[in-house]
Design a binder for this molecule. Structure first.
Ligand code: BDP
Length: 327
């Protein structure tokens, strides 16, 4: 039997519900947008196994893969309400709820994946964690989602002018609409689950994502040009509902926190391997991959995204500087 909210306060509640859960037992419900065989998914499963082991089975749970518990924006709300206990969320759509997390959705904010790790494991991650917590979400670990590049069914992208006039699907965040518009393209925010069909039927010409998502969704079957622009490096958050978190004892919180962090290390390792494997898969399927030789024109074209963001959120200036200037 599955419980939503899922923390059973004790034996009395379990008895009332006719359950065999022991006193203090906790069953966590996890949301995941990805298919079962995906680095994020394996990271989440590892997290649950670790927690179950360290709590002698007092805290168990189940991850619902494939987005069956709803779209990402909806699931973020469910986590805030405590109806879903945890999930791995892209900080892209998170920006609509937690303003601080928008910083990582600014194009080219990170210089490399290694730098992203350093910032997220240090002062940057701490600042974002505070922003999340203020909105009812506890960050347990930062997962890797590589770098996002453009793909479409029309032609290779080499310059920002190639995006002009194209209909491009983006994740739910106004920043991404601005990003596409800065190159003269037409942006369509859309749920992840709808992108395949929209590419296939021409509702959009293209989208942008990292190689594992491009591959695991089958988008490469319907959008055969993948152009390595790497304009966004957006980390992901293994996040727990603060409502669930507050019901745990300090000892269990420490276990959960450590397991979250360890699962991120594991996920990052898997990520590197999957990126390579995904590129091999799509190349073997005939995808035309091109490396954007000069990223500077993209950086220049996307600069207005920063100006607009900082004009609307002057209070984020220090945070943007922290991320931009980090070693
Ligand atoms: C993937 C992220 C996932 C997003 C998806 C998207 O891992 O969280 O939902 O992109 O583009 O890379 O919607």
């Amino acid at each position: 039997m599955k419980l939503s909210g899922s923390v059973i306060a004790g034996g009395a509640a379990a008895l009332l519900l006719g359950l065999s859960l022991e006193a203090g037992a906790v069953e966590l419900r996890g949301w995941n947008i990805h298919v079962e065989d995906y680095p994020v998914s394996h990271g989440m499963e590892r997290f649950l196994e670790d927690v179950a082991e360290k709590t002698d089975g007092r805290i168990t749970g189940k991850v619902f893969h494939g987005g069956v518990l709803g779209s990402q924006p909806d699931a973020i709300e469910q986590v805030r309400l405590g109806a879903i206990d945890f999930g791995v969320f892209s900080l892209g759509p998170m920006g609509q709820v937690v303003p601080e997390t928008n910083v990582v959705s600014l194009p080219f904010i990170f210089k490399s994946i290694e730098q992203m790790y350093r910032v997220m494991d240090g002062a940057g991650g701490e600042a974002l964690g505070k922003g999340l917590e203020a909105k009812g979400i506890v960050a347990l670990g930062w997962y890797d989602a590589g770098a996002r590049s453009f793909y479409n069914s029309v032609k290779p992208i080499n310059t920002p002018a190639d995006v002009a006039g194209m209909k491009v699907r983006v994740m739910n965040n106004d920043l991404f609409v601005g990003m596409i518009e800065s190159m003269g393209g037409n942006a369509t925010p859309m749920a992840f689950a709808e992108v395949y069909q929209s590419l296939k039927t021409g509702v959009v010409d293209g989208a942008e994502n990292n190689p594992p998502s491009y591959e695991s969704t089958g988008h490469y079957e319907v959008a055969q040009f993948y152009s390595i622009s790497q304009h966004l490096i957006i980390p992901e958050c293994l996040c727990m509902s603060k409502i669930t978190w507050d019901r745990l004892s300090p000892e269990d919180q420490a276990i959960v926190k450590a397991a979250g962090r360890a699962s991120a290390d594991y996920q990052r390792e898997l990520w590197q391997a999957r990126e390579k494997a995904s590129m091999e898969t799509v190349l073997a399927a005939g995808v035309k991959v091109n490396e954007v030789a000069d990223k500077a024109p993209f950086q220049a074209a996307m600069e207005p995204v920063y100006d607009q963001f900082l004009a609307a959120h002057p209070e984020m200036t220090d945070l943007v500087t922290l991320f931009r200037n980090a070693e």
